[in-house]
Write a protein that binds this ligand. Structure first.
Ligand SMILES: Nc1ncnc2c1ncn2[C@@H]1O[C@H](COP(=O)(O)OP(=O)(O)OP(=O)(O)O)[C@@H](O)[C@H]1O
Length: 322
């Protein structure tokens, strides 16, 4: 008898069912069904008080749910128990991570590596790896108090991944960082994903999230009101937007553009360019440009822009988070 071929199933890394956390008489997290697949970078957004930190803390096994279930890597989190094999899979970076100012970068990482029972020769090798990952090679013998805020954030991240977790939970890791430091941080997150980690990250900085997230969840008043692949979100709700300009009066160009079928919102932008949403095909768009030129408009610019994540959220009617 031949055996049936094994059906390959993708095990979710995070799965919650009706997950709820109540504080006093308020549901900080209300019946959340969250699913995160392996290799995702899942961005969690929502206004202050929406429940993001509370949700992440429950996934990190720091806080107990009031109701509902959590599965991490297919294993169910058992209430009131230590859940060591689940904890081993998780790296959690809270928004207010304390550092020990007097320790050097190396000694700090060494301390945490030993808490995870790392032993030589793996211990030294792993510390070197994470120091390289967060580009702190020059500072490895410096006391933590001498690091900049950005360096301290990167050190916290190094500590969080020292035991090679499969799931990384990052609660607003880039808050307070300058743009250069955020770029560096984004590169590190992408490197961790390439190494096979699944990442859940909360942030108010949507431009960062759209750079590296593969999926987005939106929380409002404890509920997960949206959860989808970033590409699907763009495909579903994004509209093509065209920017054009001419040597003539912006108002004259606006009037001409508005006359075409498929032009939906046409406005004069602060720099005297014209911006409009277009619902037609590429052929119809090419016709708009040809007709404008034929009717004497000296067009200097005509190109398409992608709506940002923030544009999409505002259009979906969610509260602006940034
Ligand atoms: N320990 C607590 N005791 C009582 N209420 C709490 C506690 N922790 C959180 N809350 C409440 O739960 C709700 C959700 O808070 P939470 O910190 O999870 O939101 P958040 O989305 O992370 O907000 P932010 O973007 O400001 O970090 C808020 O109304 C908050 O006041």
């Amino acid at each position: 008898m031949t055996e049936a071929p094994a059906v390959e199933t993708t095990q979710l890394i995070v799965e919650t069912t009706q997950l709820t956390k109540q504080f006093d008489d308020q549901n900080a997290v209300a019946a959340v069904n969250l699913q995160i697949s392996p290799g995702e970078i899942y961005g969690l957004i929502g206004p202050n008080g929406a429940g993001k930190t509370t949700l992440i803390r429950m996934l990190a096994t720091i806080d107990e749910p009031t109701a509902g279930e959590i599965h991490i890597g297919g294993q169910r989190l058992i209430r009131d128990q230590a859940n060591p094999s689940i904890k081993q899979q998780i790296g959690f970076l809270p928004d207010d991570f304390p550092l020990y100012d007097d320790l050097t970068v190396w000694d700090y990482l060494d301390y945490f590596a030993r808490l995870y029972y790392l032993k030589e020769p793996t211990l030294t090798q792993r510390i070197q790896e994470v120091i390289e990952l967060v580009s702190l090679e020059d500072k490895q013998r410096s006391p933590i108090r001498q690091l900049s805020r950005g360096m301290k954030q990167r050190l916290s991240l190094a500590r969080t991944v020292i035991h090679r977790p499969t799931l990384l939970l990052l609660d607003e890791p880039v808050s307070g960082l300058d743009p250069i430091a955020r770029i560096q941080y984004r590169q590190t997150i992408k490197a961790l994903q390439r190494q096979g980690m699944t990442i859940l990250i909360s942030s108010h900085i949507l431009s960062d999230l759209e750079d590296f997230c593969t999926a987005i969840g939106i929380m409002e008043q404890g509920r997960l009101v949206e959860s989808s692949q970033l590409r699907a979100l763009y495909g579903r709700d994004s509209q093509r937007r065209i920017i054009t300009a001419s040597l003539g009066e912006a108002a004259a160009l606006q009037t001409a553009v508005q006359a075409f079928d498929g032009v939906q919102v046409c406005e004069v932008l602060p720099d005297q360019k014209i911006g409009f949403a277009f619902a037609g095909t590429d052929v119809e768009l090419a016709e708009v440009l040809r007709s404008l030129i034929q009717s004497g408009h000296a067009i200097t610019e005509f190109h398409q822009t992608q709506e940002t994540l923030e544009d999409i959220f505002i259009k979906l009617g969610y509260q602006k988070t940034a």
